[in-house]
Design a protein around this ligand. Structure first.
Ligand code: UDP
Length: 326
């Protein structure tokens, strides 16, 4: 029988890399997406069902193209700054939308989900590296909305036997090696794409959000993780749920932090071009430093990230930005 996974948000950046991974490993990815921020052109590896998490009837239509062995849930509004400005939209989409998805799974007898969560559930770190037991005190509505869903998944495991793996991404970056899919947001708010655009010489100048943070060079520090390594973790989570019930959560990062200034320097090296930038005010909702401890994912899931070098991650993104397919 065909193995099939419902990839919610599969027209987006991380979801499309997941769909590609599944197809390459013999599993049909059926993409559910409302195309609000995703790209029709990124759906290349399986069928697209246009549906909206806020429209339960449309979800029923999507589940009709099953049966699905699991759902992978990448649909979310995910911008920290925007979530501070529009909290209700974030809670509606990320919490209500996920509740609708979980209820649709119940109606259609699907009892496994891999959920995309975020480092933003932790808030300001109290230790240099963040493991799964770190206190969870989000400082922005985006992180809070994801933490609420984590709680829902834990309760649903107890009550209904729903199996779940929550993967908390640190900063997703990079693009597929063959250049067919990559990161394309409109407007683009993420650091690496904005750095590379400035390097391309499209007339934009990078705005560095604050150089007065309590970090070695005054700019924020993040842990950048290649999008294909995130896909690999989802793949291992699927395996894990075959043998384990309950709700489980893992942090995914490389365990090394890079400042905004270090990312700029790495992008200048990868592109061979200068990155024009200005120092701008701090962005609301940003913590100073976010670096993962991912030992649990390595030990329990057998996850082994392959693209751990920042230069290589930026190089894959640079190749995409020089010749984007959409
Ligand atoms: N950042 C920046 N200029 C930009 C975009 C991002 O200085 O144009 C900073 C941002 O303040 C944060 C880091 O780069 O410290 C990573 O931001 P991004 O939006 O890529 O990811 P996030 O950490 O919000 O998930």
């Amino acid at each position: 029988m065909t193995r099939r996974v419902l990839v919610c948000g599969g027209a987006g950046y991380i979801g499309s890399h997941m769909a590609k991974w599944l197809a390459a490993h013999g599993v049909e990815p059926v993409v559910l997406d409302n195309l609000s921020t995703g790209h029709r052109e990124a759906v290349r590896f399986g069928p697209l069902v246009e549906a909206d998490l806020l429209d339960p009837a449309s979800l029923d239509a999507a589940f009709a193209s099953g049966p699905f062995e699991a759902v992978m849930h990448f649909c979310a509004r995910s911008l920290v700054g925007e979530s501070v400005q529009q909290p209700l939209a974030y809670y509606e989409n990320n919490v209500t939308g996920t509740l609708n998805l979980l209820q649709a799974m119940q109606r259609h007898g699907v009892d496994r989900i891999v959920f995309s969560s975020t480092a933003a559930v932790f808030g300001e770190p109290v230790s240099p590296q963040i493991d799964e037991d770190h206190p969870k005190t989000p400082i922005n509505p985006y992180g809070a909305s994801k933490l609420m869903v984590e709680r829902v998944l834990a309760d649903a495991a107890q009550a209904y036997g729903l199996r779940s793996v929550t993967l908390r991404y640190f900063n997703a970056a990079g693009a597929s090696a063959d250049g067919d899919i990559g990161e394309a947001h409109t407007p683009e708010t993420h650091l690496i794409p904005n750095v590379l655009r400035a390097a391309l010489g499209d007339g934009s100048r990078l705005r560095v959000f604050g150089d007065d943070w309590p970090t070695p060079d005054g700019t924020c520090v993040r842990d950048y993780i290649h999008v294909d390594d995130l896909a690999q973790a989802h793949w291992r989570a699927l395996d894990y749920m075959q043998a384990h019930d309950g709700a489980h959560a893992f942090n995914l990062g490389n365990g090394r932090g890079f400042s905004v200034r270090e990312v700029i320097a790495a992008a200048e090296a990868a592109s061979g071009r200068p990155v024009p930038f200005d120092i701008a005010p701090r962005r609301a909702g940003d913590p100073a430093v976010l670096v993962a401890a991912s030992d649990r994912a390595r030990q329990v899931l057998g996850w082994a990230p392959r693209h751990t070098d920042l230069a290589a991650i930026i190089d894959s993104a640079w190749r995409w930005h020089c010749d984007p397919a959409f």
